[in-house]
Design a protein around this ligand. Structure first.
Ligand code: NAP
Length: 248
């Protein structure tokens, strides 16, 4: 599954799942734009890890929820690299609370980042990928977008919405050789899940048939497959990576 010579953009590539995706794509030969919003140190570390493994990568700062920033950043990447072959919409946030206590700002921030962020980035590569008659867009959704979760109505709605966006974009772009798919992780060990209490983690583990949390590399492997030439006939799909927690 070589990605030699491909240009990839990974949003939220500085940490967690995005970092593992950057490393996996670079290990297969892609040159990777590692996006981050607020942690240049983490993004630099991802780039250094890729370089140490013999790969090529660079950092790019922008807030995916800010359409103007996204447009400018992709213009620059396209000017510098000539093309974007792979877009991984990975960056995401949580602002958890029960609906009763969920603030409008919690709803808006999660929608702006997790759903509108993907829309902004897809818009930025839409025309170039159509012209190339080739491209791979992979959206990182979540098991929560399928199963729902008390305390995560905003997150679940954004991630479920991402599936509608994935399928619609897949239908629009299929005739141009551009595939659009989603990967839905279950519980993966990252900073995001690091915030969960031990009590909650024990409860979650009991719901996972494999009896363990996933690692970022588990998700990265699925993304690398969907980014490859081997996945050329797969579009509008979701690949669940969750240890059997949810079977779609
Ligand atoms: P994480 O460790 O919290 O990392 C989040 C990443 O997103 C960071 O690189 C962060 O950049 C970036 N980011 C946040 N807001 C951004 C914005 N507005 N613009 C650009 N970048 C932004 O998260 P993770 O656990 O790896 O999750 C990655 C994705 O997988 C998310 O979409 C998440 O919803 C999804 N997911 C995670 C799990 C899980 O169990 N961890 C399960 C299902 C789905 P900075 O470093 O600059 O802050």
């Amino acid at each position: 599954m070589s990605l030699n010579g491909k240009i990839a953009v990974v949003t939220g590539g500085s940490r967690g799942i995005g970092r593992a995706v950057c490393l996996a794509l670079a290990a297969r030969g892609a040159r990777v734009a590692v996006n981050y919003v607020s942690r240049p140190d983490a993004a630099d570390e991802t780039v250094a890890a890729i370089a140490a493994a013999g790969g090529a990568a660079f950092t790019v700062q922008f807030d995916i929820g800010n359409a103007a920033q996204v447009e400018d950043a992709f213009k620059k990447i396209l000017a510098d690299c000539g093309r974007v072959d792979i877009l991984v919409n990975n960056a995401g946030i949580t602002r958890d609370n029960l609906l009763l206590k969920l603030k409008e700002s919690d709803w808006d921030q999660v929608m702006d980042t997790n759903l509108k962020g993907a829309f902004n980035c897809i818009k930025a590569v839409y025309r170039p990928m159509m012209k190339q008659r080739a491209g791979r867009i992979i959206n990182i959704t979540s098991v929560i977008g399928f199963a729902g979760n008390a305390g995560q109505a905003n997150y679940a709605a954004a991630k479920a919405g991402l599936m509608g966006l994935t399928k619609s974009a897949a239908k629009e772009l299929a005739s141009r050789g551009v595939t659009v798919n989603a990967v839905a992780p279950g519980y993966i060990v990252t900073d995001m899940t690091g915030e969960l209490s031990d009590e909650l983690k024990t409860k979650i583990l009991a719901e996972i048939p494999m009896g363990l949390l996933g690692e970022p590399d588990d998700v990265a492997g699925a993304v690398a497959y969907l980014a490859s030439d081997e996945a050329r006939y797969v579009t509008g799909q979701v690949l669940h990576v969750n240890g059997g927690m949810f079977m779609g």
